[in-house]
Each structure stands twice: as C-alpha cells, then as structure tokens.
Design a protein around this ligand. Sequence first.
Ligand SMILES: *[C@@H]1O[C@H](CO)[C@@H](O)[C@H](O)[C@H]1NC(C)=O
Ligand SMILES: *[C@@H]1O[C@H](CO)[C@@H](O)[C@H](O)[C@H]1NC(C)=O
Ligand SMILES: *[C@@H]1O[C@H](CO)[C@@H](O)[C@H](O)[C@H]1NC(C)=O
Length: 978
Amino acid sequence: MASPTHQLWLLMFALGAVELICGYSFHNCIADPNSNWKSFSCKSRKDRLMSLIVNDLPRSVVNLTITFNPLMHVPNNSFVHLPNLQNLRLDHNQLRHVDSSAFRNLHQLQSLNMSLNEISELNASLFEDLQNLTFLSLANNKLNKFPEGIFFGVHNANTLLFRNNCLTNFSEVVKSISHLMKLEVLDLCSNKLTSLSHSNVSLPQSLSVLYLCRNNLHTLGCSSSFLSFIKLLDLSNNIKLRTVNFREVNLSHVKSLHLNSTSVNIVDFLKISNINAGCVDFSGTGLNNSNSINELCRLLKTKLKSIKNVQLRHNGIWNLHNFNFSYCPKITGALDLSFNKLKSVKCPSFIYNQLGITKFTAEHNLLMSLPSCKKQKDFQFKSMEEISYRFNRILTVNAHAFGQTPNIRVLKLNINNVAFLHRQALKGLKKLKILRLDNNLLTDLFKETFETNVQLQILNLRNNRISVIFKETFFNLKYLNTLDLGCNKITHFQPSGLDGLKSLSKLYLDGNNLKQIDSSFYHIFQDTLTVLDLASNQIRFLREENISPFVNLSKLIDLKLNSQRDHGLAVLPRTLFRGLHSLKSLYLTNNNIVYLPPEAFDDLTNLTFLTLENCCVGVAQLEPGVFKNLRNLTRLILENMGIQNLSKEVFGNLTQLRILQINRNVMQSIPVNALQSLPRLQYLDIRNIPLSCTCKNKFLQNYTVNNPDVQVVYLYKLPCQPDKSLKFYNFDTKVCYIDLGKYMCFINVAAVFLFTVIPLLYVKLYWKIKYSYYVFRSWFSEHWSRIRDKEENCKYDAFISYNFSDEEWVLNELLPNLEGNGSSLKLCLHHRDFELGRNIVDNIVTAVYSSRKTICVVSRNFLQSEWCSLEIQLASYRLFDEHRDVLLLVFLEPISERQLSSYHRMRKVMLKKTYLQWPDSDCSDPLQAQELFWNQLRRAIKAGSRLETEQDDNDKDFAPESKATEHCDNLLTNESYY
Ligand SMILES: *[C@@H]1O[C@H](CO)[C@@H](O)[C@H](O)[C@H]1NC(C)=O
Ligand SMILES: *[C@@H]1O[C@H](CO)[C@@H](O)[C@H](O)[C@H]1NC(C)=O
Ligand SMILES: *[C@@H]1O[C@H](CO)[C@@H](O)[C@H](O)[C@H]1NC(C)=O
C-alpha cells in the first residue's frame, strides 16, 4: 500500500540518499591508496567518454593516469574540476580529437603525456592555460604540423617530445618553440623532416639536446651558428645525409654527436668539421675493418692527445688484430664494441697498447669462449674496472680468463651459454664487487670458484642449472650482501654450503627444488638476513610439524613462501613463523593450504603486508583471531581464497589496515561491522564476489556508497548476483527497511483508520453509541429501573413522534381517532406528557421506553428534524437490536425512496416493515380510506411488541457476524430490560 504518507517518506529518504553520496569510490579510476587521494589511475576501462572517466574525481588530484582506454576525444573543460593536476598521462588511448579548451584551468600542470594516440591536429589555443608545463609528449601520433602560436603559453617548457609523427616543416616547428627560453630537450626523431632550414627563427639558446634521428634529412640547410648551443645532437638514420652537408656548420659545443646510419664518411667529416672529435659517436659509421679503424685513429691522433670514450657499435666489425688501436690517441674511458660480429676478444689483445681503458664492452657479439689470459703478464689492464660480455654465446670461461684485468669491480657475463666456468676462471679478481653470471648453463660451483673474490657484494647466479650447493662454495664471501640463486635446480645444500656469508642480507632461492625448509643453516644469517625468497620450490608439510626454521632470523623483513610447486604447502605448521618479529612482508599465495591455524601469524607483530591470494584449497575458513596480533598490517590480500563468509572476529585487531583486497571470493554478503572494525581502511576491493542484491546486503550497500573514507574499487560497476544487469550500489533496498517500514505502516494504518474506518463506524454505530450513552446516563441517574418497571406494563400505548409543522394533523386527526372514539389508547405527546425541566433527550428516551410503540409521523419536515431522528433511531434500535417491534411509520405525504435514501435507517425500517400511508385527499373515497387507515393503525398499536425473530439478510449486517460488538451488546442486554 503506497499511501501519500508512505510515498512522502520514501521521497525524503531518497533525497537524503542523494545528498549523502560523498563516498570515495570512482566509476573508472582507482586512487593510489598511499597518495592521500592525489594519484589516480584509470586504466583499461571500457567507457569511451572522457567525462565518464574523470567526472567523479576529486579536486585533490595531482597525478592522473588515463591509459589503455578506448577514448577518442578530449572535450572542452574535461579537467576543469581538477585545478591541482600536475602530472597528466593520456598515452596509449585512441585519441583523435582534442578540443581547444580541453586543458582549461590546468595552471599547475607540469607534465602532459599524450603519446601513442592518433592525434593529427591540435588547436592553437590548446595549451593556453598550461603556464607551468615543463614536460610535453606528443610522441607516436599523426601530427603533420603545429598551428601557429600553439606553444605560446607554455614558456616553462623544458622537454618537448614529438617523436614518431608526420612533421615535415622544420622551420614551422622552430618558429613555434623559439621563444621557449627554458627548453632543453626537443625530440623530433622519426618524422618527415627533409632539412633544417629555418627561415629567420632560431632555436632557444637553452636547447641542449636535439634528436633528429630517423628523418629524411638530405641536407642540413641551417645557418652556421644554428646548432652552436646544442650539446647532444642525434642525426642518426638519416640515410641521405652526407659529409658535405656539415660544411660550415658550427658544432663546436657538441659533446655528443650521433651519425649512426647516415651517408657521412666519418673521416672526411672530421676533416671539415669544427667538432671536438672526441665527442663523436662512431657507431654505425661503416668502420668495419682494421684499416678503416686505423685510418680513423690516425686522424684522431692528429686532433687529440687522448680520447675518453670510443663507441664503435653497429659497425659490423668481425675481426680485430692485435694492437689494432695502437694508432689511436690514448683511450681513458670506455671502449664499446657492442653490436658487432666479433667471435673472440682474445684477452683482449687488440687493445694491448690501450692499457688505460676503464670499461670494455662487447655485448651483442658472437663471442664463444673466454680464453685463458694468464700468460700475457706484460699487458695488465690495471685501470680496467668493468667488463661486459652480455648477450654473446660464451660457452666456456677458461682458467684465468681475466688475468689481464685484475682490478675489475664489475663483471657481466650474464645472458650467455656459460656451461663451463673453470674453477680458476675468476681467480685473482680481488676487487670484484658485482658479478653477473645469471642466465647461463652453469651446473656446478666449487669451493674454488669464488675463493679469491673476497670483496664480492652482489653475486647473481639466477637461471642456471645448479642442483647442489657444495660445501663452503661461498666461504670467503664475507662481504656478500646479495646472493641470487633463483631459478636453478637446487635440491639441497651440503652442510656448510652457505657458510661464510657473514654479511648476507638478501637470499633468493625461489624457483628451485627445495623440499623442506632446512632450519639448520638459516640460523647463520641471524643478524643479517632481511630478504628470504623461497617461492616456487617444493616445500610441503604433510602433517602438523612443530618446526620454527626462521626462529633466529630476527632481522628478516621480507619472506616469500608462495607458489610451492605441484601441491603447495598443504599444511601450514602453526609454529612456522615463530620468531619473525621484524617481518614486514609475507607472501603465501598459491599454496593449497588446507587450514590456516589461528596462531600462525601470532609472532608477526611488525607485519605490514600479507598476501594470502589463492593460498588455500577450495573453501577457506578464516578462523576468528587469525590476524589478532597484526597490529601494524597496512595491506591484506585475501583474493581468491574461496572465502564464504567473513566476520568481525576474523579481522580482530587490524587497526592500521588501509588496503583490503577480498576480491574473487564466494561470499554473498559481507557484514558491515567487520569492515567497520577496520578504523583506517581506505581501499577495499570487492570485485568478483557474488554479492547478492538482497536485504542482507543493504547495510553493505549503504557503507560502500556513503563511507567517505573508504574507496571501493570500481564500486559503480559491481554487478548484482544473480541479475548482472543490476548494479550493487543502487539496488533497491526500499523493501528492506521493513523495520522502519513497519513503524511507518503502523502510522499509516492508524491514519487510514482514523480517516476512513472511524467515520464509517461513526456512521454505522452512531446511534448505537448515542443510545448506549443515553441508556447509561439514565441508568446512572437511577431512572433506569423505574423506566424498566414501567416498560413491563407500559405507561403509554404509543409515543408519537412528530414534527412541529405536523402538529395540526396530530391534534386534529390522530388524537381524536386514537384516544377518543372509544378506542381508549393512551398516547404520549411531548408537548403534553414530557416532564418539564428535564433534559429533552432523557424525556425522549423515557417516552420511547415507556411506550409500547413509537409512532413516527413522517413528513419531509420530520425527516429534517434532528429530534425526530433521535426518536426514530431509538425506536429502530429497539426494532433491530432488541427485536421488539416498537416502531410504526405513518407517512403523511408520499416520499419517494430516492428522497429516503439519505435516511439510511429509515429506509431499512421501511424495507423491514410495512408502513401506513395517510390517504391522499385526492383519492376517490377519502373518508373510507381514512377509516381503513385508523383501523390499521389501532390494530398495529395493539399488536404484541415481541417480534417474531426471523433472520433476514438485513439483520446479518449487525448481529451475529460481529462478535466484537456482541460483547458490548451483551453488556447492554445484561443490564437492561429483559
Ligand atoms: C606524482 O607523480 C610524480 C612523478 O611520477 C611523483 O614523483 C610524485 O610522488 C607523485 N605524487 C603523488 C602525490 O603521488
Ligand atoms: C606554477 O606553479 C607554482 C608552484 O606550484 C605556483 O606557485 C604558480 O602559481 C604556478 N603558476 C601559475 C601560472 O599558476
Ligand atoms: C644505430 O642504428 C641502429 C639501426 O637503426 C640502431 O639499432 C642502433 O640503436 C643505433 N645505435 C646508436 C648507438 O644510435
């Protein structure tokens, strides 16, 4: 029933709800929970309208990332509500159109990335408001020109990236940026520029880095001083660019020039250019054999005493002979021979006269092995600090392979095929600090392998084929800080296999074949170990074991035990994490744990991060108190655990928890008090939970929508179960407020009762009530018994009820015919027989009850008279309710039924009883008719008053059906006249 009151109430409720929506959940964005509502990320959404993505973001946004969306258009004023925006990423969308006022109001914006879109045109006033912009990327779009004045307002611009567009007119570009006095970096690579001609404009003097690679430059065509402030100039991959183009171009300030893949002859170029020859990158300049290198070196030597770095990448060099670089000036820095075709570096004998080199790089070559270099005692690269042979095909590293470079600190042999590392291969490298041997085919390490590398700090052996760690392998590595043995085939350590690692802080053993956690050796790291990665091994507990392998690792901060292979941990011993008082992060994902003992995490009082994602078999039951001691936990991941229900007791003491991820579980509802027990909660992920849109979630809905502190990830997209077309945040909870509703309903019913039933009852029972009242009153005034006594042998034969206007007829016709004329009936007439000074109502009651009959003289005036009504009602009450036939109706004039219809009770009397009609004076024989009338009336008055009780249909309206009123009737009956 929707009464007006009810509807009003609902309306008020709805309005209230609308006003109350102030929660921090967003349609398409996620706030970085550590950023205090300042960093938002809106990635991989389906909505195609920018407004749907950004409209609900708060003013506080500073960093906004909108990427991988099917957005095509940035409309005007898109971010006008985000005036604090400083960093805006719009890359990796499908933007085609950016309206002229799209960035209106972004006065604080510092960085704008619109790369990787399909923008072909920009409006001249687009960047008007971006006075604070320093970084702008439009890379990877389809721009072919800039409208005039487009960068007019961005005078703080420092970096402009226009790589990979279709720009053709360099002059126009320069014109648009020439006023930017803070511009330092300009990237125009991969466009369609053909020359650097620039009419009258020049580059800002601040510009120091200019990328022009991968264009179509066939000439420079710029004034001689045009590039004179540039420090880094990349002209690579302009295949048509020739040596002559550099004639008279001032490159004196250039510190780095790239001519990779041009038609420039590098030797001729050096002859004509004023560039500092030591600043030229010789990569990709066709210097592919000893002769051309010699020629270059001779020329360099004429210009330079020494040269810092020599880069010879991408030159197709396949063979170098001994002392190849002997004509070069002294190289004091790095020699880079990467991306060539060298099969061997021979100790490296080709630079035997360049012993000052500090860094030698030969990555991406075809090196097959590193020979023994012990013999060449005369050629010691004492300055050499770093060697990198990454990305080769080195299979064997022979003994003393680095005999010539005893002082290297960094050695990179990673990403090769090293299967054989001679026990003496690294011998003598006493200063080695970083050794990369990862991604090779090593199977065995020996005590001797690292014996002399006493300074080693970082040793990376990841992704090899080591299966056993022999004893004392790392025995001398007392400074080793990081040991990465991940992704090998280690099944066990020999006793003392990890001995000697006195400083070890980070130990990675993930992805091996360890079957158990060997408590015997972890204790040696007790004061040093902070990170222990045991993920993806084969550790498994089949029954509850009382083990605490980490008990002494009092400094451990980060422990990974996730993804134990094939079968998972199965059982989690309740004592497993004993003693880990410093632990901050614990990873237990993917483990098929059958049961999480509620004591398991008891010692982890400093834990801040715990992930149990997908850790359990089937349906996980989180025991109450399982997190009770995690007072410092800030992030808890319970994703995909098959959780069926959560309770407040489970979350216990998580007073610092800010991030809770319970997505992908199977509970249909989440008790709000459980969430409310997390006072600092900011971020709640409940995606992919079959939350039912029923009343049991009405409080959850309210909580998620209205809580101003908690962000519910993509709340407005969460579907209902099972009807996914409905949304959880606004499913209809009206029916749920039945408690309140009941109350309202009660009020409604009361109102309805008041306004409908009572009037009805009033109409129906008015006379009953009135009658009762009078009867009672009479009773209390001690008249009642008297009336009753009299009633037995009635004082009058008939009480005449008539209207004043009919008095003439009563006195002239009725009285003589009934009282006189030998009929000797005793009539009660109110003007004659009513007791003076007595209440008229009492008089009427008395009259009715002390007369055997009540004769109503009905005329139109009678019907309108209230007192007559009272009389007739009283009499008819006796007729219907006492089954006493006391009423006689005498109609003085014809009254149609329609006219009687408003006198409901009268009509009823007429239906029940025959009535007498005073003959019309027009009728054929009035006197005879009148004689008949009087006879009938006299007989009716004399007839017994006891009515033969016949249950006719009309009676049913009153008596037997309404038991409730029966009680009241009984009361009257008991006290009354029978
Ligand atoms: C915004 O991004 C910048 C650069 O990525 C970062 O340095 C800064 O910390 C971020 N600010 C916030 C509030 O996250
Ligand atoms: C640029 O940023 C600075 C510091 O955030 C601010 O004080 C200044 O008002 C901004 N400039 C404009 C034009 O808004
Ligand atoms: C030289 O050009 C090649 C081929 O375009 C490229 O892969 C390489 O990165 C460039 N090298 C340098 C040093 O610019």
